[in-house]
Design a protein around this ligand. Structure first.
Ligand SMILES: [Zn+2]
Ligand SMILES: [Zn+2]
Length: 360
């Protein structure tokens, strides 16, 4: 559709992050810039200190939790086009968490889409992923290896609810670790509230009101603390971030069984290493076949690959599909990733060599 590849690309990697020169804005920048378009509220995408933020309207609340209450954040409804400089931008549901959007950028008839994190599996806690046609697709590849093929989420929720019942019979509290933003709310929506009381750690509780305000079907929850411990202990299921393991907070609910909901639970060693009783394979990222389907459906003739296992996917696209594929650096080497709460959660979560487990 265009001969841009012979000139400067519409969106390119810079040391601040992905940059669109024709519109003079950045997408999910990790260094301070004047204008940031933000795909979603995870801290490796929505970072503190930008001059102005634009995100999909349903995501404003959770992005604000990350970047500060005084930040200048504007929202754009899903599907609504906005002219910025010489380009037209729009957000399209990414299915990753509440308000997460793929960003479509159009300039002189050429269309690029940056997926941000996304998933194609059903999830009532957020808007459903919407395929978008484009010339160039920049896709994440957090789980871009054939070994990652997600089971049906309904089956995983069935397993979680059964584990909860079994623990109850033994008089144990069920403590399920799940990333505080996105995964925790998705898990809550999948619980059978008739089994017993549901408790949430403070980090999860802080984000739930945004989901409830958006009409997402979260069950009633109790803050899991000293006042509710007798109600929850031995009967309840508590959703908490992985960082809560080995803390005084968790000890008051003993005896308990520890489970973890994550795509990394595909790899058995991750569960053992963290001394978990159960691992539930539930990811808010797309799996291998979902990535390939998304690329195919997009019609893109060129694919940028970012986050995670970029090289295997690039090789596969080149060799099996004859698609022009290239790596888009997600972050420059040496960047510190420890400043926010979300990141420190990630350090101890199931992922191994990988950083993206923070948003898993
Ligand atoms: Zn991410
Ligand atoms: Zn994310």
């Amino acid at each position: 559709m265009s001969n841009r590849s012979t000139s400067s690309p519409l969106i390119r990697a810079t040391k601040q992050g992905l940059y669109c020169e024709a519109g003079d804005f950045y997408i999910d920048p990790w260094r301070k810039v004047a204008r940031a378009l933000v795909t979603h509220g995870h801290s490796d995408h929505a970072r503190y200190g930008m001059g102005a933020y634009l995100t999909a309207t349903p995501g404003i609340g959770v992005v604000r939790e990350r970047v500060g209450k005084d930040a200048k954040i504007e929202g754009l409804a899903f599907g609504q086009p906005l002219k910025i400089g010489g380009v037209t931008v729009s957000f399209h549901p990414a299915g990753h968490l509440l308000g997460s959007g793929q960003i479509r950028v159009e300039h002189r008839g050429e269309v690029w889409v940056v997926t941000g994190d996304y998933k194609t599996a059903p999830d009532v806690s957020c808007e459903a992923f919407e395929p978008v046609r484009c010339d160039t697709l920049i896709t994440e590849s957090t789980f871009g290896l054939p070994v990652y093929n997600w089971p049906e989420p309904e089956e995983i929720f069935r397993q979680i609810n059964q584990w909860w019942r079994d623990n109850q019979k033994e008089g144990r509290t069920s403590v399920l670790f799940a990333y505080a933003l996105g995964k925790a709310q998705r898990v809550l929506c999948g619980l059978d509230a008739s089994i017993g009381p549901i408790g949430v750690h403070g980090a999860v509780e802080r984000l739930n009101p945004h989901y409830r305000a958006a009409g997402r079907p979260l069950p009633d929850t109790l803050p899991a603390n000293a006042e509710t411990k007798s109600e929850l202990r031995g009967r309840g299921l508590i959703v908490a971030p992985g960082s809560a393991q080995n803390t005084p907070w968790i000890r008051r609910f003993a005896p308990y069984s520890l489970g973890f909901a994550s795509g990394w639970m595909t790899v058995r060693g991750n569960r053992r290493r963290r001394a978990l009783d159960r691992g539930f394979i539930l990811s808010d990222h797309v799996d291998w076949s979902g990535i390939l389907n998304t690329i195919e459906t997009s019609g893109a003739s060129r694919v940028g690959v970012t986050h995670g296992y970029a090289q295997p996917l690039i090789r596969w696209l080149q060799e099996e599909r004859g698609i022009e594929a290239y790596e888009v650096p997600s972050r420059f080497v040496g960047e510190s990733e420890s400043e926010s709460e979300g990141e420190s959660e990630g350090e101890s979560e199931g992922g191994r060599e990988h950083r993206e487990d923070v948003s898993e």
